[in-house]
Design a protein around this ligand. Structure first.
Ligand code: ARG
Length: 566
């Protein structure tokens, strides 16, 4: 695709003394509406060095701009030079590019040879996989896909919370009150119930706590019976998680969770000792971080057991040695900001210069509009239930569209689950948000169903066409206002993908495909596509197909399906 911005910058460079091309590119803006051109160059900063009023500079540049074929016109207005591209040339360049690249349109190989780890989801074993977990799971998956699309060598890791003293409690509780068949039938609910019962009983019988500590010690030292039970709990829980991952179409390259690092901990604490980082404090070992305005990090407890943070440090060292990453991304809630700041600093103090390759991609809280999200009141909303409900509700909405039973089931899944995913990726990730069914499943608003529906509409136009799709078209037919606006939105899709990767912000892609969908619907509304004139029809179909392709690629990047009928 012709780099239009670059063309504008080149033309400007010939008219401005002493400015580097990249600085010019950095200053070029996209005007808020097309009446002001496709690109604009502000002259305010030049006023000082040139000792001339910005509007005069702009006027001079516009006037001196020699006739360049790719510009329809160049004018100056209030201190800006406005560039209007030749619409036909833009249409030809953009649509040929989309047609050539197909499913790869928007991707690139800028990440070639670079390894990126994306850690996401990471739920805790034997704890509910609830609606709160959707954020890390879905945002992480989209970030992984975006990096992959840009040619990075990606590794997906699920850092399962499968370790810690709570497993001592769970084993004790299971031995006292548990039943095998209950765990097999409903592992998480059963284990959670046992865990709750343990705490109730321990109030009257505090000796249970000692028992649990002893059992955890046995587990840590590799005692066969305890290890077997723990493994079983882990497997059963994982089965339940996997059911949800399958619904979401999500998978991982590694499930190395916290337990994986249990035998790699001594080496880490030794390294810290060697660097003089560890201090004794009431029998425990800590790293003092007061110099960096942070509370101390507890690395090893009095009884010698390690903690969540110790395991994170061990995991990062392992990942560097094992994968040699260029970037190590953690998609974890903002509630853990301090935790990540602390251990990123510790890694740095340990002398690892790759500390700066570790990134905490944080996000805000999700709550439900009917207030059912307070785990404390025991009202846990399971993610699986939310997804199932989304599918059911979608089936109700599209039932009367005379689909066969199989199609109805499949499309309800794609749209229902897609709606939840899209909703999750619609806002800036750091914002807290309220989950509302009305918003999620609205087919009219800026939602997943709306974008999917637009994609299906484009597919339907292509199905109903009377001529073959072809690249050899007369682009003159695509210079109307809404066609041209749509083409420009399609052209900017690759930039959005790069921007989303750089900012770890999938919502940039989400918002972009909403714009493309709206642009398509405007074009669809303003112009007749299946027209008598075959030449015209052919040109318009090429645009319809490019919009369809862009929507499909965008939806897939977000982890959604792009159904062809809805
Ligand atoms: N299991 C943790 C939780 O549910 C999240 C783990 C995040 N990842 C990490 N490397 N600390 O809160």
């Amino acid at each position: 695709m012709i780099d239009f911005k670059h063309q504008v910058a080149e033309a400007l460079k010939n008219n401005i003394d002493g400015m580097e091309i990249n600085d010019i590119i950095g200053m070029i803006e996209i005007p808020p509406n097309s009446e002001m051109g496709d690109f604009a160059f502000p002259c305010f900063k030049l006023a000082k060095t040139m000792r001339k009023a910005p509007n005069l500079i702009a006027a001079d540049i516009a006037e001196n701009m020699e006739k360049i074929a790719i510009f329809e016109k160049v004018e100056s207005k209030g201190g800006y030079v406005n560039f209007f591209m030749d619409k036909k040339a833009v249409a030809e360049s953009v649509l040929n590019e989309v047609n050539d690249k197909g499913e790869k349109y928007g991707g690139s190989d800028i990440g070639g040879g670079k390894k990126v780890i994306v850690e996401y989801s990471s739920p805790n074993i034997a704890k509910p996989f609830h609606i709160g977990h959707i954020r890390s799971t879905v945002i992480g998956n989209a970030i992984y896909k975006i990096y992959n699309f840009l040619g990075y060598d990606t590794v997906r890791i699920n850092h399962l919370g499968d370790y810690g003293t709570q497993f001592g409690k769970m084993i004790v509780a299971y031995r006292k009150w548990g039943r095998k068949e209950d765990v097999e039938k409903e592992p998480i609910r059963t284990l959670l119930g046992l865990y709750v019962k343990f705490h109730e009983e321990a109030e009257a019988h505090p000796e249970l706590e000692d028992e649990a500590r002893e059992v955890f010690r046995l587990l840590e030292s590799g005692s066969a019976e305890e290890v077997e039970l723990w493994k079983w709990f882990r497997e059963e829980s994982l089965k339940e998680f996997t059911r949800v991952y399958d619904m979401l179409g999500i998978s991982f390259d590694s499930y190395a969770g916290e337990s994986f690092y249990s035998d790699k901990m001594d080496r880490i604490t030794d390294m810290m000792t060697e660097k003089g980082l560890l201090q004794k404090s009431e029998g425990a070992e800590i790293v003092d971080l007061s110099e960096y305005d942070m509370s101390p990090a507890l690395i090893r407890k009095k009884d010698g057991s390690t903690l969540y943070i110790t395991r994170d440090i061990a995991a990062a060292v392992y990942r560097k040695e094992h994968y040699n990453f260029d970037k190590n991304i953690y998609v974890v809630a903002a509630q853990q900001n301090l935790h990540f700041q602390q251990w990123f600093k510790i890694i740095e103090l340990m002398g690892f210069d790759w500390a700066e390759q570790c990134v905490h991609v944080n996000f805000g809280l999700v709550s439900l509009d009917d207030g059912t999200m307070s785990t404390r009141k025991g009202k846990v909303v399971f993610l699986e239930d939310v997804l199932n409900r989304a599918v059911e509700k979608t089936a109700e909405i599209i039932r009367d569209k005379n689909f066969g039973k199989d199609d109805l089931d499949e499309i309800s899944k794609q749209v229902g689950i897609g709606a939840v995913v899209f909703n999750e990726l619609s806002n800036n990730r750091i914002k807290d948000y309220v989950f509302s069914w009305d918003k999620v499943l609205n087919f009219e608003g800026e939602t997943g169903p709306y974008v999917q529906y637009t994609h299906a509409r484009a597919c339907s136009v292509l199905r109903n066409a009377k001529v073959e799709l072809s690249k050899n078209v007369n682009f003159e037919y695509l210079t109307g206002e809404s066609a041209y606006e749509l083409i420009k939105l399609i052209a900017r899709f690759p930039e959005s993908v790069v921007d989303a990767a750089e900012k770890y912000e999938p919502s940039i892609v989400t918002r972009h495909i909403v714009d493309v969908a709206q642009g398509f619907n405007k074009f669809y509304h303003d112009e007749h596509i299946i027209v008598e004139n075959e030449e015209e029809q052919k040109a318009k179909l090429l645009l319809v197909d490019a919009a369809r392709q862009t929507l499909e690629n965008g939806l897939k990047l977000l982890g959604m399906a792009a159904p062809e009928r809805m």
